[in-house]
Design a protein around this ligand. Structure first.
Ligand SMILES: Cc1cc2nc3c(=O)[nH]c(=O)nc-3n(C[C@H](O)[C@H](O)[C@H](O)COP(=O)(O)O)c2cc1C
Length: 165
């Protein structure tokens, strides 16, 4: 059971939630969907909208679904690190992560999220770009890209925020 709140009513520090609690990024519908753990991302304002930015490497199966769908979700699960040990280490290409985690998919608002979430942020894709080596002013982060797998940066307009009721 969820209740809708506005983005500005989200409780707590979202930077801390993303970095320490972690989140699932999911996209798709009844015909097919996928989700993965993420601990990098942003929330803020752009183009007059409450927005998020997800950072997804090109080889993630989830990126296929983000590319194919107009919407994606970020969802948070408190201390359920068991969910992230599956969704952050296994690919939906190889295993059924829904079965392995026991998560309950909810298909709503043109996208997918999970009933076990404490917080769900439903986003409409607005801008997708990929990081470019030549754009790094500080070269230190290039250590993260030894395989040239630069992140996609996906800016999403926050369409709806749900909290567990
Ligand atoms: C704590 C944690 C944080 C992660 N954060 C990200 C991230 O922000 N972006 C990313 O592309 N991968 C991230 N990953 C890796 C993906 O979750 C992982 O590769 C996953 O198995 C991809 O699944 P998929 O192929 O089904 O999409 C993270 C993994 C963990 C354990």
């Amino acid at each position: 059971m969820f209740k809708e709140i506005s983005a500005k009513e989200i409780d707590g520090n979202l930077i801390k939630a993303i970095a320490d609690e972690w989140m699932l990024i999911s996209a798709g519908n009844e015909q097919g969907y996928n989700m993965m753990t993420a601990s990098w991302g942003f929330a803020g304002e752009v183009w007059g909208n409450d927005s998020v930015m997800a950072l997804i490497r090109p080889q993630r199966y989830t990126m296929d679904y983000v590319n194919q769908n107009e919407y994606f979700t970020l969802s948070f699960y408190g201390d359920r690190k068991d969910i992230h040990s599956v969704c952050g280490s296994k690919s939906g290409r190889d295993v059924d992560k829904t079965a392995l985690t026991g998560l309950t998919p909810v298909f709503s608002d043109n996208t997918v999220y999970f009933d076990e979430a404490r917080l769900v942020i439903i986003c409409k894709k607005q801008y997708v770009d990929i990081m470019k080596k030549e754009c790094f002013i500080d070269k230190t982060p290039l250590d993260c890209y030894k395989e040239n797998d630069f992140h996609y940066m996906i800016i999403g307009k926050i369409e709806k925020v749900l909290v567990a009721a």
